[in-house]
Design a protein around this ligand. Structure first.
Ligand code: FES
Length: 146
């Protein structure tokens, strides 16, 4: 193989290697971030007697639904926040039992209190809150809405 052809082939392979993983993981449709799109018009219910709702039976349990983290906090209150981190928009916000129960994004380590307020600053930019949704319990049905 001639040098020119080798470099041409290498260039095509390198371009494929750089673009293909991003097409899989970086798409806005995938919601993986860093450009995950904040959903609008969030309004859904969870039947707490269903198999889905059973995952919220204990204090500290949480589920992910429609890019929302729905949690039964350590005091038994239902709270819902966006999965999308205010730092760089990865959809990796989760509930953790550390520090008395907080929201945490493991991409760069952002922490948020149960009201969505930032608890730390992970780079030179001021930390911003995450979106919090309303919750309403009617019997065994939990509604999460804006
Ligand atoms: S995207 Fe969550 S901490 Fe950076």
């Amino acid at each position: 193989m001639e040098r020119k052809q080798f470099l041409k082939n290498l260039g095509a392979g390198a371009a494929f290697a750089l673009t293909f993983p991003c097409a899989q993981a970086c798409s806005k449709e995938s919601g993986n971030g860093p450009s995950a799109v904040m959903p609008t018009g969030v309004d859904f219910t969870i039947d707490l007697t269903s198999s889905e709702g059973a995952k919220l039976a204990n204090n500290g349990d949480f589920i992910l639904k429609n890019l929302v983290v729905v949690v039964k906090d350590l005091n038994g209150n239902f709270i819902a926040v966006t999965q999308i981190c205010s730092h760089q928009a990865y959809d990796q916000v989760r509930f953790v039992k550390n520090d008395g129960g907080i929201f945490y994004c493991d991409v760069h380590g952002s922490k948020f209190d149960l009201d969505g307020a930032p608890l730390n600053q992970v780079d030179s930019n001021p930390a911003k809150p995450i979106k919090v949704y309303k919750t309403e319990l009617n019997g065994d049905v939990l509604r999460v809405f804006e």
